[in-house]
Design a protein around this ligand. Structure first.
Ligand code: BMA
Length: 363
């Protein structure tokens, strides 16, 4: 018994220390892998901002993983020589039991790529553009549905089935009998009015309840202990309160914000400085990490956008990561690809002292 206690004491003190104290996570019983990811993020944040890309390894401009499964690549790697540190995936349509997500990535490929990225030391973040459960329209179908899920038996049952499918997918992400830790970012950009779970399409109270119920289903009913939960509103308008939809400290691990550059780099930079400051000060008070959970300039048209607009505004923020949105095609992409006029700028961005790529995380 004494030996056991000594061992317990030793193993606890060796994992946590004066600098990295035991965090209050949504999950009081997190898996070892999850604890390690949180600690890794805590320490990497002291070095810089981890660079992420949505669907990084699934496809890029002019290529698809499915067409050549032997090599893992990304447009980030093709222009800078390094793979990203953070890998964004979206499980929209897992709820329908489909083989492919809403952007035509097969869930089998996604599973492979998640496991590969994790094995290489990368961090995985997952968003969920789920369909509207009332109409079977997509995420952008604004027909009110949140109150229906909470109050109408028929939709509650349907939503619980959807969560079961999410849980089954998460449970399939296994390496050596341990589940891959996932940074889960459901119901994002709720302060905007474009999703059915967004502003004007559901009340803040119902939003919070849906979030809390979702956590309880995944954690308590499906016994998933490999998830960190990220709250991720969109860019704040002057009258916006970042906390309006916040489901509570017990239900959120990491604070996030999504801000895009809509061809106005000055306005974008202003928002980034202003909003990240707000998120940072709230996160600091709550002893939580925070991140720049989505960003980009479609087509990356502005010359030197990464080194001149993004870098100076994020280098000293203390954000844990930044996630650039997906590279679907020559029109819809948020990182440069080979031959793009900003390819060398992204390479220069990689060379900056505070940008962390995969090799910086694994070291
Ligand atoms: C949006 C666009 C869409 C995509 C969705 C989910 O921002 O990229 O084309 O379907 O994200 O990934």
């Amino acid at each position: 018994m004494i030996l056991f206690l000594l061992f317990l004491n030793f193993s606890c003190t060796s994992f946590y220390n004066e600098t990295y104290k035991k965090p209050d996570l949504v999950d009081e019983n997190p898996s070892m892998n999850l604890k390690k990811v949180h600690k890794k993020l805590f320490y990497s944040t002291k070095k810089g901002v981890a660079i992420g890309h949505q669907d990084a390894t699934s496809y890029g401009v002019g290529w698809k993983y499915d067409e050549n499964k032997k090599t893992i690549t990304s447009d980030a790697e093709q222009v800078s020589g390094s793979l990203p540190a953070v890998y964004g995936f979206d499980i929209g349509h897992i709820e329908l039991n489909n083989k492919y997500n809403l952007d035509s990535v097969s869930f089998d490929s996604m599973r492979n790529l998640i496991i590969k990225a994790h094995n290489q030391g990368g961090l995985i973040t997952i968003s969920w553009h789920l369909d509207n459960p009332v109409t079977a329209g997509n995420s952008w179908d604004k027909t009110p549905a949140v109150s229906k899920i909470l109050k109408d038996k028929k939709y509650k049952v349907k939503y619980e089935l959807w969560i079961e499918r999410v849980a089954d997918f998460f449970k399939s992400l296994k390496v050596n009998n341990e589940l891959v830790p996932i940074i889960f970012r459901p119901f994002h950009e709720m302060n905007g009015s474009w999703f059915w779970w967004g502003e004007g399409n559901c009340s803040a109270t119902d939003y919070k309840t849906l979030w809390q119920e979702t956590v309880k289903l995944l954690r308590d009913k499906h016994n998933l202990h490999n998830l960190l939960y990220v709250y991720s509103p969109n860019k704040l308008n002057p009258e916006d309160d970042y906390m309006k939809y916040y489901p509570g400290d017990e239900y959120v691990d990491i604070l996030g914000i999504d801000i895009y550059d809509f061809n106005d780099s000055e306005a974008f930079a202003k928002s980034v400085v202003n909003d990240l400051n707000i998120v940072k000060s709230i996160a600091n008070k709550k002893n939580k990490l925070f991140a720049f959970t989505e960003t980009g300039l479609e087509g990356v048209k502005t010359q030197n956008w990464f080194t001149k607009i993004v870098y100076p505004n994020i280098e000293n923020t203390g954000a844990s990561w930044i996630l650039f949105w997906r590279n679907a095609n020559k029109k819809h992409h948020y990182l440069p690809y080979k031959e793009h006029h900003n390819a060398s700028d992204f390479k220069a961005f990689k060379e900056k002292p505070k940008t962390l790529f995969l090799e910086d995380l694994s070291n």
